[in-house]
Design a protein. Structure first.
Length: 97
């Protein structure tokens, strides 16, 4: 298996998901803010089809009006193309809400 490259992950994050934070060099993280808890749950549910289609699933932390998302590829211990695709899809869904 190829060694995970943190510097490459940061370059890709800056290019494709600049609003996301690189955490511990191995995962993307972002918080989305909503009007209320129902809106948080609606967004979470709306993201299910994209995750199923990619067969790639994020980790979520729910708060009253905020959803914290972390994305990584556990199999490689870092980020892959799937992580960036899912992050971009989440941003697209959030922008269209």
């Amino acid at each position: 298996m190829e060694k995970f490259d943190v510097e490459k992950a940061e370059r890709l994050r800056a290019k494709y998901t600049p609003d996301w934070e690189l955490v511990k060099g191995t995962m993307l993280q972002k918080s989305y803010v909503f009007d209320d808890y129902d809106s948080v749950l609606d967004f979470f549910q709306a993201m299910k089809p994209a995750q199923v289609k990619l067969d790639h699933f994020a980790d979520f932390a729910f708060f009253y009006n905020e959803l914290l998302v972390r994305i990584t590829t556990k199999d490689v211990g870092g980020l892959t193309e799937l992580d960036y695709k899912l992050a971009r899809q989440m941003d697209k869904n959030y922008e269209s809400k």
